[in-house]
Design a protein around this ligand. Structure first.
Ligand code: FE
Ligand code: FE
Ligand code: ZN
Length: 281
C-alpha cells in the first residue's frame, strides 16, 4: 500500500496530527519540529506522545518525518546562526527519542559566499558534533533546488557530506521532486536516468523519503517554488510515475504543495487511485 501524507501543523501535538492525517486518508505525515522561522520548540508532552503512538499503531500510520526549521543553516558565515543550527538540531534529535525510528529532514544550508567546499565542511562538522550512536532517528539531507548559494543542488554535494559524517549509518536523503527538477534533473522525461544517477552517486539505499511537489518553474530554474499536483511544470503524469516507480513505490511520500487540508485530501486520493491502477496492470 502507498505510504503518503502531507505536511501538517504541529501546534496541537502528535495525537492531533495523527487524527488529521487519518481524516484525509494519509498514513504518514511531516511536521516542523518548531516554528519554521526558528525560535524555541514547544515542550513535548509525554501523554500526547503515548496517546499518539497507540493511535498510530491502531490506524496504520507509518514512519513519520520531522522537518527542521528553514532558518537552520549549518554552513552560515555567521557564528550565531551556526550556533542556532547546532542547538536546534541537537535538541530536535533529543526530542525525537520520544518517537524512535522516524526520520529528521533538514536543508543542508547556504554557504553564503564561502564556497561549496567550506559549506560541506561546516555541515559535516555540525553532524559529527551532534550525532551519537544511541540516536534512534535517521537524519536526512534534502535535495535542494540550488537557489543562491544552497548546498545540495547536486547529488555529488550530498554524497560528499555523507562521506564525511562518521556515523554515516544514521544518515539518509530525502528527494524533493520540485527541488531536483528546479536543480536541473529532468524527472519528467528521464526519470530512470535521474534515478540511475542518484544510485551511482549517492546510492538508492540512502533514499528514505520523497517530497512530492509540482514546480512553478521550468527545469533548471533554481527557484524552489512548489505548485499543486498538476498545476506546475512537472505535471500529474510525471508525479504518478514517481509514486509508482519500482525503485520508489515503497518509500513514504510527503506533499508540500500549497494546499489546505481538502486540497491535500484530493491529492492523496488521486495518488492512491493511480497507484492502485498501476499495481493492477
Ligand atoms: Fe524542505
Ligand atoms: Fe521539500
Ligand atoms: Zn522547497
Amino acid at each position: 500500500m502507498l505510504t503518503i501524507g502531507c505536511h501538517l501543523s504541529s501546534s496541537k501535538g502528535y495525537l492531533a496530527m495523527g487524527k488529521t492525517a487519518v481524516s484525509i486518508d494519509a498514513n504518514t505525515f511531516q511536521f516542523f519540529t518548531r516554528n519554521p522561522r526558528g525560535g524555541n520548540a514547544k515542550a513535548i508532552e509525554p501523554q500526547d506522545v503515548t496517546a499518539y503512538l497507540s493511535y498510530a499503531a491502531e490506524h496504520g500510520i507509518r514512519r513519520i518525518l520531522a522537518h527542521a526549521p528553514y532558518t537552520l543553516n549549518a554552513c552560515s558565515a555567521d557564528e550565531a546562526v551556526r550556533d542556532f543550527a547546532y542547538r536546534a538540531m541537537k535538541e530536535d534529535l533529543e526530542r525525537m527519542e520520544y518517537t524512535p525510528g522516524n526520520c529528521y529532514n533538514f536543508h543542508p544550508g547556504s554557504h553564503v559566499g564561502q564556497g561549496t567546499e567550506t559549506g560541506i565542511t561546516l555541515i559535516s562538522r555540525l553532524l559529527n558534533s551532534i550525532l551519537t550512536p544511541d540516536h534512534h532517528t535517521t537524519v536526512l539531507l534534502e535535495t535542494m533546488a540550488g537557489k543562491g548559494s544552497e548546498i545540495g543542488g547536486r547529488f555529488e554535494e550530498l554524497r560528499e557530506i555523507l562521506d564525511r559524517v562518521k556515523l554515516t549509518d544514521k544518515m539518509g536523503v530525502c528527494l524533493d521532486t520540485c527541488h531536483v527538477w528546479d536543480g536541473g534533473y529532468d524527472i519528467v522525461n528521464h526519470l530512470d536516468e535521474v534515478l540511475t544517477e542518484f544510485d551511482r552517486i549517492i546510492g538508492l539505499d540512502r533514499l528514505k523519503a520523497i517530497h512530492l511537489n509540482d514546480s512553478k518553474n521550468p527545469l533548471g530554474a533554481h527557484k524552489d517554488r512548489h505548485a499543486r499536483i498538476g498545476e506546475g511544470y512537472i505535471g500529474t503524469e510525471a508525479l504518478v510515475r514517481v509514486v509508482t516507480h519500482p525503485a520508489l513505490k515503497n518509500l513514504p511520500f510527503y506533499l508540500e504543495t500549497p494546499n489546505e487540508l481538502d486540497g491535500y485530501a484530493r491529492e492523496i486520493a488521486l495518488m492512491r487511485e493511480q497507484a492502485k491502477d498501476s499495481a493492477n496492470l
